[in-house]
Design a protein around this ligand. Sequence first.
Ligand SMILES: Nc1ncnc2c1ncn2[C@@H]1O[C@H](COP(=O)(O)OP(=O)(O)O)[C@@H](O)[C@H]1O
Ligand SMILES: [Mg+2]
Length: 233
Amino acid sequence: MSLLELSNVTAGYGPTPVLFDISMQINKGELACLLGRNGVGKTTLLRSIIGLNSLTKGSIIFDADDISKMPTFKRAKYGIAYIPQGREIIPYLSVLDNLKLGMAASGKKSKKIPEEIFDFFPMLKEHLSRQGGLLSGGQQQQLAIARGLMSNPKLMLLDEPTEGIQPSIVQEIEDTLKRINKEKEITVLVIEQKIDFARQLAEKFFMMEKGVIVAQGETEELTDSLVNQYLAV
Ligand SMILES: Nc1ncnc2c1ncn2[C@@H]1O[C@H](COP(=O)(O)OP(=O)(O)O)[C@@H](O)[C@H]1O
Ligand SMILES: [Mg+2]
């Protein structure tokens, strides 16, 4: 069953369109990756789904509701978590307070961090009182994902979660994303530049070029020729 359905989505910055008539569908429980060269509109697509870019045309259906005109905070409450590029945690707040911010996004009031957060990210438990900005890049990324998880989302959107992160933690993030998808049944759409990582992680892929989806399918169908055509520089 479809969880997210974009129909003819056109969006951009001011009068300049960046996305052209994008139609795509993600089913409940899927783990999909969004691929494409720099500047093709991947980030803009995620921003449009969470409402940071408004549509000039088209619609977005999420969990059977039309969210096309909903403000961002409401989309978050509806169950979409957005983990932007560059692990935007609050550097001067503690790890604990950063996590609590994630809870606030869902509108839920609870004081306690669910134990499952530490089951997915054991490292965070050891650093709860530390300032977020003092964590390593990989740890900050894990905190950003954990914060997204705190809102109990149905859909997680992640923008290049492994960018600039040391290989050992890249693997950890991949494993954790897979677990979150399988165990929590959270649908995931992740932008990823590392093609090997994307192939291991995702079951579905969408390939973008100049603001349109040019190929999509099962990750097994992501052939080297597609990669060479649309990703190689
Ligand atoms: N804040 C912005 N204002 C104007 N143009 C932007 C802005 N952000 C991105 N763009 C333009 O939109 C296009 C797509 O960018 P982006 O969605 O960031 O691509 P990607 O994530 O695939 O690298 C690029 O041409 C970029 O220059
Ligand atoms: Mg981007």
